[in-house]
Ligand binder design. Structure first.
Ligand SMILES: Cc1cc2nc3c(=O)[nH]c(=O)nc-3n(C[C@H](O)[C@H](O)[C@H](O)COP(=O)(O)OP(=O)(O)OC[C@H]3O[C@@H](n4cnc5c(N)ncnc54)[C@H](O)[C@@H]3O)c2cc1C
Length: 384
């Protein structure tokens, strides 16, 4: 294969790579995207039928402008693709009254003057009787929250990018990346592709392709389950907002998504003590087992009694966890000519559109108008 005439190569066309590809194609940049599996596959972190999107961001007020822009760009992707990718359902954060996990979204909402409501247990039992809660619990509610369709979104972005002239290689594994300030290269076996810039959006596999960037990242297993109800109508997007629920410390954190596209309610754990099982991405996340089913069934029995506790389906997936659970977006001095997108710590999908925009800026101009210094891939270098 002769050296194709591309300016930018993108390694990995999951959530982040597909949106970066589309952004660069829209800017008429000569771009090549390389994916080891088929678009929309279920072996990385961007599958499972649905993802939560929210705006009053508990993980930090700095994310709010990114969430707002991401939302605009999701709507743009829907218009461009003619696909329904996002359903606005409203969103709940349910936590012990006065606890840090409850105060966090309130702080982000106040910092950016976002509208929200607080529901005490009585109001929650009126509005969302699906949730079982005690009298020491409060719910934060925001309208600008909902669900996204990950596989559809990834495939739509790639399709539009190809339509705009992007080159795409699927079922093609990049075996090595050679950083260089002017002419970074990617290797596919014995073949070599030379570009002006490389965006590495390889998800959990980044640990292999850009080890210095991922030295502090842990790839761990997560499982989600789908649960049916005798009263299916009560769990549709109109009556059952996406939710996150936690204990007072946030160590026990789980979430749910209403029934969508024929799939019943999805419930999964985000944080739980002794849950982090390491995963080798080359092998993939271990298939769900009885223990996973029991953990989710117990959560459902105690907090969502209207659902049948036995999951009708389980699926596993991979988180790339950074020590502070913030993303890795940007360059590194020891990886010249590369932009790294990784460490999305189980909450990156909603931002994929704006991360794509930021990565395209960095690939073209080595700078972006978005405030992303707090996501620098070098921030752990000085920490022993
Ligand atoms: C169970 C679960 C639930 C989640 N829930 C939410 C949620 O509700 N809301 C939210 O915002 N986020 C959520 N997330 C997080 C979100 O899904 C991820 O942050 C996001 O999908 C990461 O996208 P990515 O592009 O980095 O990774 P992937 O989508 O995994 O993309 C990486 C791609 O790179 C390809 N690749 C890797 N190595 C190579 C190579 N050598 N050559 C070619 N291609 C390669 C892979 O095949 C893959 O397609 C969740 C994640 C999980 C696992």
């Amino acid at each position: 294969m002769s050296s194709p005439d591309v300016d930018v190569v993108i390694v990995g066309l999951g959530a982040m790579g597909s949106n970066t590809l589309m952004q660069l194609a829209r800017r008429e940049v000569k771009v090549l995207g390389i994916e080891q599996f088929e678009p929309g596959h279920s072996r990385g972190a961007s599958h499972g039928g649905s993802r939560i999107i929210r705006t009053a961001y508990a993980e930090g007020a700095k994310y709010v402008p990114l969430a707002q822009r991401a939302w605009q760009l999701w709507t743009e992707l829907e218009n461009l693709s003619g696909e329904r990718l996002l359903d606005k359902t409203g969103g709940l954060v349910i936590a012990p009254t006065g606890s840090a996990p409850l105060l966090a979204p309130i702080a982000s909402a106040n910092a950016h003057h976002l509208p929200y409501e607080l529901f005490d247990p009585h109001q929650m039992r009126q509005r969302y009787p699906q949730h079982q809660l005690d009298d020491e619990t409060t719910a934060f509610y925001e309208e600008d929250a909902g669900l996204l369709r990950p596989e559809k979104a990834v495939c739509a972005a790639i399709r539009i990018a190809e339509h705009l002239g992007a080159k795409v290689l699927t079922r093609t594994e990049v075996t090595e990346i050679i950083p260089d300030a002017k002419r970074p290269r990617v290797r596919i076996g014995h073949e070599e592709i030379v570009a002006k810039h490389v965006v590495v959006a390889a998800g959990a596999w980044l640990t292999k392709l850009a080890p210095t960037a991922m030295s502090r990242v842990e790839v761990v297993r997560r499982v989600f389950g789908w649960f049916e109800s005798d009263d299916a109508a009560a769990y549709t997007a109109e009556r059952f907002p996406v939710f996150i629920r936690t204990d007072a410390t946030g160590s026990y954190n789980w979430y749910g998504i209403p029934s969508v596209d024929g799939s019943p309610v999805k419930v999964a754990v985000h944080n739980w003590p002794s849950l982090d099982e390491p995963v080798d991405p080359a092998v993939g996340a271990r298939q769900p087992d009885d223990h996973d089913a029991e953990l989710l069934a117990d959560i459902v029995t105690r907090t969502l009694p209207g659902l049948r506790p036995q999951p009708v389906k389980l699926q596993s997936c991979m988180y790339s966890l950074t020590p502070d659970h913030h993303f890795l977006v940007g360059g590194r001095a020891d990886l010249p000519g590369l932009t790294v997108l990784g460490g999305f710590s189980g909450h990156g999908f909603k931002f994929a559109t704006v991360i794509g925009e930021i990565a395209a800026d960095l690939a073209m101009w080595d700078k972006t108008r978005w405030e992303v210094d707090f996501l620098s891939p070098e921030r752990f270098d000085k920490i022993d």
